[in-house]
Design a binder for this molecule. Structure first.
Ligand SMILES: [Zn+2]
Length: 79
């Protein structure tokens, strides 16, 4: 079911903070959680982070974290 983006933005304010789940793999799993992020980590090396598009379209977005790949993303933990 596709929710209108305005409704998702309103509901998101009342939901708990997004969490990140770490999986031991070089790619994220094909099925992603509704709101949370999945970090694919193998042998202590971060490969990619994946999540469903926050606009509500349901598309899977995958950002590569491998430094050898250009371009690549970085992820930091601030707690
Ligand atoms: Zn989208």
């Amino acid at each position: 079911m596709k929710w209108p983006s305005w409704m998702l933005k309103q509901a998101d304010r009342f939901l708990p903070a997004r969490r990140i789940t770490i999986v031991e793999a070089d790619t994220p799993p094909p099925k992603l959680p509704w709101r949370n992020l999945v970090l694919a980590r193998e042998n202590n090396e971060d490969w990619a982070v994946a999540f469903r598009c926050p606009c509500g379209c349901g598309k899977h977005l995958e950002l590569l974290l491998i430094e050898e790949v250009k371009p690549h993303w970085s992820i930091y933990q601030y707690w």
